[in-house]
Design a protein around this ligand. Structure first.
Ligand code: 5RP
Length: 303
């Protein structure tokens, strides 16, 4: 079993390791020579290449190429390059957190060249090497069949943690909503623990509560496991800024809810909380203060 992994960052690097340890021959490329050469020293079944054309020339046909790159411009450039290097019958698996409509477009463009395509949502984060990844992938039946043995290595075991969701685009659509749910769950934990912490009267031990809730409670979950582990070291979070980025999936989930006319207030509120964390509601809050002052003469807090 041969597979190329293009992009050996936090996700791609560990996925390459898991594939190599699972018996696949992994042909790897990353823009960082240090990263790709380091992996080659670590893993017996991994070969590093200094350029994508060299890698593709060495990869036995029909080729399977897994792109594990940031979605957007970097992925688009990789697709453009792949179109010039791959041949009919080859397969591209896109593991990025990509917008599903982009994946539908990629599938159509590649089909014109008789190149197969699978869009794979990958969850598991930095723990995937150890625990396995959760994989949800879309694509035609024949493309999915070629991809499946690799999914079985990446998953927690061959029988679970992966699913062929349907046609091209459905894998990334499923992953988008997985992450939309993730936003809501994270927000709910954050709000609940903030309120536990704010109740000075009870002086609650929030680390102890997080740990306790891990066992048989309705809200036990891997997210809570991670919270409890972090709280066992620090509950004050004094070193952190209250600033949360987002990288697309939450926005796309909310936009999709509007397109479908399906209400998703939790996802929307969770997304807006992140915008607010960046100061994007400062002007609106200043206006609230101004209007209260204008109609009621209420004091305004000034710099
Ligand atoms: O896919 C993931 C987890 O399932 C990623 O960690 C994701 O990038 C997190 O999304 P965001 O940056 O928008 O919080």
């Amino acid at each position: 079993m041969n597979i190329a992994m293009i992009g050996l960052g936090k996700m791609g690097g560990n996925m390459a390791r898991r594939l190599a340890r699972g018996g696949a021959n992994v042909f790897g490329f990353d823009v960082s020579a240090e990263t790709r050469e380091g992996l080659a020293k670590e893993e017996a079944n991994f070969r590093a290449f200094a350029s994508v054309p060299e890698l593709i020339a060495a990869l036995p046909t029909p080729r399977v190429v897994w792109l594990m790159l940031p979605s957007g411009d970097i992925s688009e450039a990789a697709f453009a390059e792949m179109k010039t290097l791959l041949a009919p019958g080859d397969l591209i698996i896109d593991g990025a957190n990509a917008m599903y409509k982009d994946s539908q477009r990629h599938a159509a463009e590649l089909a014109e060249l008789n190149i197969k395509f699978v869009d794979a949502g990958v969850s598991g984060g930095v723990w995937g090497l150890q625990n396995g990844y959760c994989l949800m992938f879309g694509g035609d039946k024949d493309a999915a069949e070629i991809a499946t043995p690799f999914m079985k290595i990446l998953a927690p075991d061959a029988s679970r943690g992966w699913t062929h969701t349907g046609p091209a685009g459905s894998g990334h659509y499923t992953k988008m909503l997985h992450n939309g749910i993730e936003y809501g769950m994270m927000q709910a934990f954050a709000e609940g623990f903030a309120m536990l912490k704010a109740k000075k009267e009870f002086d609650l031990d929030v680390a102890e509560i997080a740990e306790t809730w891990r066992h048989s409670s309705v809200v036990r979950s891997w997210l809570l496991d991670l919270v409890a582990e972090s709280f066992s070291h620090d509950v004050e979070l004094a070193d952190l800024n209250a600033y949360v980025p987002d990288s697309g999936e939450g926005r796309w989930s909310v936009l999709e809810s509007v397109e479908l006319g399906v209400p998703a207030p939790v996802m929307a509120t969770s997304l807006y909380a992140r915008f607010a964390s960046r100061g994007n509601d400062d002007y609106a809050m200043k206006m609230l203060s101004l209007m209260r002052n204008a109609f009621g003469g209420h004091a305004m807090s000034k710099k």
